[in-house]
Design a protein around this ligand. Structure first.
Ligand code: TRP
Length: 449
């Protein structure tokens, strides 16, 4: 059975794939803009604390369940169950996770389609095809659908190839490209006039804002989204890990890369905003608040690039290329959730499953695009604000309360015989059992209010 399943060929491959999933639009856009409007460095500190104390333990819960079962979330949660009701709840949670992963992909593919359109528009500008560039950057139904379909096509093509040839190979190729592109952009932007003002905002803490209670919860939501938790993505990636891997260590590496890239992206986005301000582009509302996140990325940055002449076109090309790559290594991890289930539990061939499910999600995206004003925000809120924390809560309950402690230890020992003596085993088991569920409930209660 295990040999028929895919498996990552190395620790590097796994870390690239899981970090590729984690690093996405959430890190490169979401985190920096939230930091900008919520107290700069103080938000950064809160985010770091939340990421290591809550998101990392929750990530470990998913990785351990997945690696133990070597199966998708539906099968894995059923396996951990001791009674029929537990089995039912476990299986249902897995299925809901699969639907949520698909819905997240349905809006993510729309935004990623815009990123690709902006990237190709820069190429068109360089080639002198100005009317094409204009069409690509203008908000139209045709452009939106074309971008989404192109992006879904790439996602399906990678997932159809499976774990090693698809997910691992492409993540290992694309992640270094992403890091390099990001570094180049950071270095370039920091040389421009106005960049230092952005740096100051990013690095000078305003604790008054960062310690507001809703802000801590915001940081928590951002960290959960950023580590791809609460839909079974990390569970399924964990299921492709071999038993020799030291789980607390690989989980720590993934968390570290994810946070590192978010922090690094802050050195690009905040200075870029203030460079834009320096060049006469509006970034604040009349009330002194930062203008909304989506407006920032699709109007502020392009007008910044436009004010920089030909160099701006090249920088724009790099920037939207970076965003497209980050989105692609994330979207494949969403599509893998329903595809893995369909392949393993219903015997469908991977290519067919990827194509059929990809088509259904593309249809859902089209529906969202046709009713953009009502559906887009709704789908984002239902999936990320409500479903992710709740499903993450169930994962923690299964690891903390339903799974037997000695079996849990046995699973951890496989890749790390000394684990019982370390700090991880002293803290983590009761932490996922008590602290994580309580705090997740707190986020949930908050979002209901
Ligand atoms: N973590 C990714 C980002 O920051 C998005 C992502 C990938 C995701 N897979 C996920 C979010 C699963 C929620 C669930 O952009």
């Amino acid at each position: 059975m295990a040999s028929a399943r895919g498996e990552f060929s190395s620790r590097f491959g796994f870390v690239m794939a899981a970090a590729g999933s984690a690093v996405g639009l959430g890190n490169i856009w979401g985190f920096p803009t939230q930091a900008a409007s919520n107290g700069g460095a103080a938000f950064l500190v809160v985010y770091l604390i939340v990421a290591f104390t809550l998101a990392y333990p929750a990530l470990m819960a998913e990785l351990i369940i997945g690696r133990h079962a070597h199966a998708n979330a539906v099968t894995a949660l059923r396996q951990l169950s001791n009674t029929a009701p537990q089995r039912l709840i476990g299986g249902t949670t897995g299925l809901i996770g699969l639907v949520v992963a698909s819905l997240i992909l349905s809006f993510y593919a729309i935004v990623a389609g815009w990123m690709m359109a902006f990237c190709i528009a820069s190429l068109a500008t360089l080639a002198g095809a100005d009317s094409l560039a204009l069409w690509l950057t203008d908000f139209s139904l045709e452009r939106n659908i074309l971008g989404m379909v192109a992006f879904m096509g790439l996602t399906v093509a990678i997932i159809a190839r499976g774990v090693q040839d698809g997910i691992e190979r492409w993540s290992s190729r694309l992640m270094p490209v992403l890091l390099l592109t990001l570094l180049l952009l950071v270095v370039y932007v920091l040389t421009l006039d106005g960049a230092m003002d952005g740096l100051r905002v990013y690095l000078l803490p305003d604790f008054g804002r960062a310690l507001a209670p809703d802000l801590i919860l915001k940081a928590l939501g951002a960290a959960f989204f950023s580590l791809s938790l609460g839909v079974g993505t990390m569970l399924i990636y964990g299921s492709y890990l071999d038993d020799r891997q030291n789980l607390p260590l690989v989980g720590g590496l993934v968390t570290g890369v994810d946070i590192g890239i978010a922090v690094l992206a802050g050195f690009l986005v905040l200075p870029a905003m203030y460079v834009a301000l320096h060049n006469g582009v509006e970034i604040f509302t009349a009330g002194g608040e930062l203008i909304s996140e989506d407006t920032l990325i699709f109007t502020v940055l392009p007008s910044l690039f436009a004010s920089m002449g030909i160099a701006g076109v090249v920088v724009s090309l790099f920037f939207f290329f970076l965003m497209s790559i980050a989105a692609l290594t994330s979207s494949i991890s969403m599509l893998e959730v329903p595809v893995a289930y369909t392949v393993e539990n219903h015997g469908v061939r991977r290519k067919q499953a990827a194509l059929a499910i990809g088509a259904c999600i593309g249809l859902a995206s089209t529906l969202i695009l046709l009713n953009f004003e009502t559906l887009f925000g709704l789908v984002v809120a239902v999936t990320t604000r409500y479903s992710q924390p709740l499903i993450g809560f169930v994962f923690c309950i299964y690891v903390g309360w339903i799974w037997h402690r000695d079996q849990l230890l046995q699973e951890l020992r496989k890749g790390n015989p000394e684990v019982a003596r370390g700090l991880f085993w002293k803290i983590w088991p009761w932490w996922v059992r008590v602290v994580c569920p309580l705090i997740i409930l707190a986020i949930f209660a908050q979002s209901l209010l």
